[in-house]
Design a protein around this ligand. Structure first.
Ligand code: IPE
Ligand code: IPE
Ligand code: MG
Length: 255
């Protein structure tokens, strides 16, 4: 045990307690709430959109690293169903970012064998935004590397309500019985139906909340919070989060 401990201590700089049940593998699904762009810009006396532009640049670095480390799914919270409350100019800018990002990065994502995926309420997205992302989804559909899942106009309560409505309709029409409703069935109606639940959730910028993100899917995920603002987030922070994850004991209610 002592030997194990010094090995860990040498390789990681975190102070997390170590449990003998710790996981040692790389988290297969990492979800990130990329927060703090506005505050980053404010600290520098810049408009909020400058923070979003800088934050966009971080995505590429983290995707590359996640892919190299063997993470299978990377879910990024890019725009929530509540973010429409922001001033129109900011929302318009945020809706242009997927095009900008993919315009530059899509060839590199293809080269890295990344498969782009989308979850959210797609009907309300501007056409130009939706088309850009759908093009990326289409062009990467046969890739077998990291799944890059963008949560765009995503809200967990909306997602769960939509699933409930769809299930209710099936019950009403007699295609499903009440007894058929279980966790597995509900999973099939969520926007993550083909994905495993996140193993690790990262949120930047010091906020300790979920902000309507994957409420069902995060039931047994490990959480890691940092004060670092998203535009300052880098490969080292990501490695720290994973190192902390690897020291956690996931008990799922057992002992
Ligand atoms: C995260 O940064 C990006 C989005 C929510 C789209 P914010 O824009 O929320 O930045 P802060 O929280 O105001 O600093
Ligand atoms: C969550 O961040 C949404 C995204 C990162 C896309 P917010 O900045 O919108 O969350 P709150 O308002 O601080 O809870
Ligand atoms: Mg925020």
């Amino acid at each position: 045990m002592l030997e194990k401990f010094s090995k860990w201590k040498a390789s990681f700089s975190t102070n997390e307690p170590i449990d003998s049940k710790s996981v040692t593998e790389i988290p297969k699904h990492v979800a990130i709430i990329m927060d703090g762009n506005g505050r980053w810009a404010k600290q520098k006396g810049l408009p909020r959109i400058a923070g979003h532009r800088e934050g966009m640049k971080v995505i590429n670095k983290i995707v590359r690293q996640a892919n190299n480390l063997g993470v299978e799914i990377l879910t990024l919270y890019a725009f929530s169903t509540e973010n429409w409350k922001r001033p129109k100019t900011e929302v318009d800018y945020l809706m242009k970012l997927p095009e900008r990002f993919l315009g530059i990065e899509l060839p590199k994502l293809i080269e890295q064998n990344v498969k782009v995926r989308l979850m959210g309420s797609l009907e309300n997205l501007p056409e130009h935004t939706l088309l850009a992302v759908q093009k990326a989804v289409h062009e990467t559909r046969n890739n077998t590397g990291l799944v890059l899942n963008f949560a765009l106009n995503y809200g967990s309560r909306f997602e769960i309500l939509e699933a409930m409505k769809a299930i209710a309709q099936q019950v009403q029409s007699g295609q499903l019985k009440e007894q058929d409703i279980n966790e597995e069935l509900l999973n099939k109606y969520l926007m993550t139906s083909d994905l495993r639940d996140p193993d690790l959730l990262i949120r930047t910028s010091g906020e300790i909340r979920l902000s309507n993100f994957m409420l069902w899917q995060l039931a047994y995920s490990e959480f890691w919070f940092t004060d670092v603002l998203w535009p300052d987030f880098n490969e080292e922070h990501f490695a720290d989060a994973i190192a902390v994850y690897q020291k956690r004991a996931r008990r799922y209610g057992g002992i």
